[in-house]
Design a protein around this ligand. Sequence first.
Ligand code: TRP
Length: 337
Amino acid sequence: MRRPPAPLRVLSGIQPTGRFHWGNYFGAIRQYIDLQTAGEAYYFIADLHALTTIREPTRLRSLVLDAALDLLALGLDPERATLFVQSDVPEVTELTWLLMTVCPMGLLERCHAYKDKKTRGLPADAGLFTYPVLMAADILAYDATVVPVGEDQVQHIEVCRDLAGTFNHLYGDVFTLPKPRLVEGGAKVPGTDGQKMSKSYENTIDVFEDPGPQKKKIMRITTDSRPMEEPKDPEGDPLYQLFSLVAPQADRDAMAATYRRGGFGYGEVKKALVEASAAFFAAARERRAELAADPRRVAEILAAGAERARLQAGRVLGRARAACGLERGAAAPRRRP
Ligand code: TRP
């Protein structure tokens, strides 16, 4: 039996790896949040996936809370989008098993996270190996149609489509096949050393960093050493690129003109960047402080999100169980009237 075509439903998972930096925000998170108006949207904090790397319970707990605060402060609207924590929906882990039974080993052996570890001779656990199957269950449990992700996750969406296709082929039309939506703004966010901004290069500017330390970092951004009088092309300059992310259009145009005219110092640009950054994130910073002072409210938002998510995941899991012969109670002895 065919199901009616699925409505646009956006879903993405966010690993709680620490405070968001500008690369995370401008490269991905901002696009995810913008998509909450495109259709139905589900966003979750992927704490089960995080368990493959974080093994300190206190740290994991605080990282999950930080991620929730950051997302809400940056504009994720719990009235529009369903925000929840991955592990609050146990249906997903059950679905993971069903998908595991149709997943060829070879498919997972080709996945990069596992493959990279193996080529480097490092030990890998089954959690890392089966990471893409849990991710497939994350997506399929909500009948998601569009999954915004960075380049590094596209392979996992392919695995998800593959598993959904196999399951549907074996058991009927159970799962909705999702499509990846590549968000790749991250490449355009330079770090304080001019390389791509990344935690592993220790060159990040964090979104909610305290103004003092943030200013210090910005004032230390590496610049070229051409003489001040020389006119410069703003486009290739990392400092200008960072300024462009947070400054209003008029200020950007004025700054570009200053570059082309020459005769300015990078110190002035850095000061302008400090101010533009403070103004750009001021409202979000205030919202974050308010939410951080009200942990009950955050807990309520996440609980309401989990409830909605479980309702949806329960329906899909029910479909999947029935399709493969796991009707609940089917094997139980019948009660006599
Ligand atoms: N693996 C993703 C990452 O590291 C996070 C994630 C988990 C995810 N489940 C997902 C992303 C489902 C999209 C859809 O970024």
